[in-house]
Design a protein around this ligand. Structure first.
Ligand SMILES: C[S@@+](CC[C@H](N)C(=O)[O-])C[C@H]1O[C@@H](n2cnc3c(N)ncnc32)[C@H](O)[C@@H]1O
Length: 255
């Protein structure tokens, strides 16, 4: 199966707190990952896992539970182990970004795994020796051990970025402000805007007998600095038209 997302396994080894399994499932789901593998969890299934999954319980239901790491890695042709500290096992050490890029690349060809260790003791050396490389999140060296689910979140995010970069998942749809950029306003459009602005300031009696030239020069400089696009000019002209209409109404009432 060559769906890179389906080929990405998150493997949690010997997890002690079921809440961490739930939080890890939630972390995975927010990043579009779904394949959770559990190796000898101390308590699973467990209501605490469901509670902390907060809606990602479908991942818990679908999770594969294995007696040993070898079973969880069956079929995987690339395995990266995570560690909060440098280990004596001589393996290539990757940054989170490198590890994610490598796993996503390899996932195009078949199953791959990112392996997380126990809360108290991490992965054993024998388990790390089943990995092609290790990855350490470059946290503060004085306090480098993240909570297990937090580490899953950070690395799942890196996997998400790598999947987006590879075009393996769709980029988020543009929001209401998205879409193609509006072209910049032309010099003619800006001139018509400045004429409209001068007229509107007159209509609302902004100048009160003073010379409008200085104010207009400053306002020109302000608007030119903003680099307005066409839509912004249309909005500003709409505001001016409304101000002029209200000024006319007010004059009508006063007359
Ligand atoms: C609380 S940590 C285990 C700490 C353990 N004392 C150790 O030194 O490995 C639990 C798991 O979270 C992951 N983890 C925590 N901090 C990490 C970091 N800075 N980089 C990579 N993984 C980390 C690893 O999978 C680790 O086995």
């Amino acid at each position: 199966m060559n769906d890179p997302v389906a080929n990405l396994r998150i493997v949690l080894v010997g997890t002690q707190h079921p809440g961490n399994i739930g939080s890890a499932a939630r972390a995975m789901k927010t990043m579009g990952l779904s394949r959770l593998h559990l190796v000898a969890p101390e308590r699973f299934p467990d209501p605490e896992a469901v509670a902390l999954a907060a809606g990602a319980d479908d991942l818990l239901l679908a999770a594969s539970v294995h007696a040993g790491l070898v079973d969880a890695l069956a079929g995987c042709h690339r395995v990266v182990g995570t560690s909060a500290r440098r280990r004596s096992v001589p393996l290539p050490e990757l940054s989170p970004r490198e590890a994610a890029a490598e796993l996503v690349r390899a996932a195009a060809a078949g199953p791959v795994a990112l392996v997380f260790g126990r809360e108290r003791t991490g992965l054993e050396n024998a388990e790390l020796q089943r990995c092609h490389a290790t990855v350490t999140i470059p946290a503060d060296p004085a306090f480098s051990s993240l909570n297990l689910a937090a580490a899953v979140q950070v690395l799942a995010y890196e996997l998400r970025l790598a999947l987006l970069e590879a075009g393996a998942v769709a980029a988020p749809a543009p929001g209401p402000e998205g879409g193609p950029p509006e072209p910049p306003a032309t010099a003619e459009e800006l001139e018509r805007y400045f004429e409209h602005l001068a007229q509107a300031l007159d209509d609302i009696d902004f100048h009160k007998g003073r010379s409008p030239d200085m104010v207009m020069a400053r306002l020109r400089r302000l608007y030119l600095r903003a680099g307005l696009d066409r839509r912004e000019v249309r909005i500003l002209r709409g505001i001016l038209s409304d101000a002029q209409r209200l000024a006319r109404l007010a004059r009508g009432r006063d007359a």
